[in-house]
Design a protein around this ligand. Structure first.
Ligand code: NDP
Ligand code: 2IT
Length: 446
């Protein structure tokens, strides 16, 4: 078994050298799947996981645009079309200076499994650019988005590949890209999700990832006869996912102690209540400023520069910023401070060593592909509404989201139950794999 796993990982490493994030995501999945596949006659000997590790198509393109000073800027655009066995490619676009092939391939790979877990018919993809929207004017962001879409539009479509938001891509960027797509194709279609509600978007889509993450944490706690009510929660990030994770924690009676951005974190021992959260939303979404400005209005809170919030004592931790933001020292710290539940709002925020700390200490741990799947699930519901030319109410979408998270929890239990521990990671990997692998086998070697 170990030999098979090692030789598989060596082969992947050979083909994808210099792609550490992609290797990390594959390793995490392969450690659960290779032992499973070996025991299943229908999958064994079909090279199925190797096929899943190779993107169906990788697009890379130049994005030129002109800044407000008249300077010509050059960025790189990408779209990874990873797997279309169970539906059209679906997944977000990330605009961040750190974006490279390794990061987008890890995200696209994770997306395939995540989308399968939602039970909706969506394949996996991811894309983006090394463009940094920070400190750019609205017109600069618009010109960049238009230029990006001028190349991307020929590769995507409502039945082919449907991008959405991720880090650095929110409602503003989706709007500019949608406008350019519509103009180039002369078609009003559901080619992107995360659209504004007056032009084809779904209610609850902005909230969905954060809400879904908290619904999943609540499902894990409920299963143990516990709940979020009265619990203390640390959250990292202050963007789309973190904001709505915080909001849902408050709805469920928990106390939110921290939020962060790439410069540091705020710790409010009195709790970030609804008014304080509204202020954070104003600072981040309207002023587009830094989290430390929170202290100007709430001086009783503290700000810790260049650090992550994992040193703060809590019951539940929700990493909602970015990959590898929680390492095994952080994991040890959380555990020794009494934390017993970690649900990933971000994609791959915990390192492999951090995850094994959680497992060894039997901490409830939900991998992002399960706990943050609510975002893409509601994107799937947005696609369904666009096809129906209809829109569902807030309550209807929220109810469907809750049910989808319950179903994902159930799938994790089905394949993740161990003697005295629920291995949510293993459960998520195996149940999502089965659906994609069966579809690939049925469709032949293509
Ligand atoms: P946003 O751009 O809205 O917010 C990102 C937040 O994370 C910001 O507070 C940002 O701080 C912080 N952050 C980003 N990069 C870093 C970094 N390198 N170090 C420290 N902090 C960082 O993005 P989202 O909230 O949409 O995404 C957050 C995570 O959730 C990502 O991992 C994303 O892939 C994942 N996700 C998002 C979904 C969605 O629907 N949006 C769905 C599922 C997962 P700063 O402003 O300083 O950069
Ligand atoms: O990582 C993710 O699931 C997302 N960024 C959301 C993707 C989507 O298509 O809504």
């Amino acid at each position: 078994m170990q030999k098979k796993l090692n030789s598989f990982l060596r082969e992947i490493e050979k083909r994808n050298s210099h792609e550490p994030e992609f290797m990390q995501a594959v390793k995490e999945v392969a450690e659960d799947l290779i032992p499973y596949i070996i025991k299943q006659d229908i999958y064994h000997g079909k090279n199925i996981l190797m096929r899943m590790c190779e993107p169906e198509r990788v697009l890379m393109f130049r994005v030129n645009w002109v800044d407000d000073n008249g300077e010509i800027r050059v960025n790189r655009g990408y779209r990874i079309e990873m797997n279309s066995a169970i539906g059209p490619y679906k997944g977000g676009l990330r605009f961040h200076p750190s974006v490279n092939l390794s990061i987008l391939k890890f995200l696209a790979f994770e997306q395939v499994f995540k989308n399968s877990l939602t039970t909706l018919p969506m394949g996996g993809g991811k894309g983006g650019s090394d463009f940094d929207p920070k400190n750019k004017s609205d017109s600069e962001v618009m010109r960049f988005c238009q230029s990006f879409m001028t190349e991307l539009f020929r590769h995507i479509g409502p039945n082919t590949d449907i991008p959405a938001g991720d880090i650095g891509v929110g409602g503003r960027e989706i709007g500019y890209m949608f406008g350019q797509y519509k103009r180039l194709k002369n078609e009003f279609t559901g080619v992107l999700t995360g659209k504004g509600v007056s032009w084809g978007g779904s209610l609850i889509r902005p909230e969905a990832t954060g809400y879904g993450t908290v619904y999943f944490a609540e499902d894990m706690l409920n299963y143990e006869g516990n709940s979020l009510k009265g619990k203390t929660v640390t959250i990292s990030g202050a963007g789309n996912v973190a904001q709505y994770a915080a909001e849902k924690c408050l709805h469920l009676g928990a106390k939110v102690l921290t939020m962060s951005d790439s410069n540091g974190f705020i710790f409010d021992k009195d709790g970030i209540n609804e008014d304080k959260l509204k202020h954070i939303m104003f600072l981040k979404n309207v002023k587009r400023s830094r989290i430390y400005e929170y202290l100007k209005k709430y001086p009783n809170a503290s700000y810790v520069k260049d650090k992550k919030p994992w040193s703060i004592k809590c019951d539940v931790a929700l990493p909602c910023a970015t990959q590898n933001e929680l390492d095994h020292f952080d994991a040890k710290n959380l555990i020794s401070n009494g934390c017993y539940c970690v649900a990933e709002g971000a994609n791959m925020p915990c390192t492999i060593k951090a995850i094994s700390e959680f497992k060894q200490n039997k901490i409830l741990y939900a991998p992002g592909k399960a706990s943050n799947a609510g975002g893409v699930a509601v994107s799937g519901l947005e696609m369904a509404q666009n096809s129906l030319r209809y829109s569902w109410s807030r309550e209807e979408v929220d109810e469907k989201l809750k049910q989808i998270m319950i179903n994902i929890h159930r799938s994790c239990l089905e394949f993740g139950k161990e003697k005295d521990y629920i291995n949510y990671g293993k459960g998520a990997n195996i149940s999502s794999f089965i659906k994609v692998a069966d579809a690939m086998l049925a469709q032949g070697v293509v």
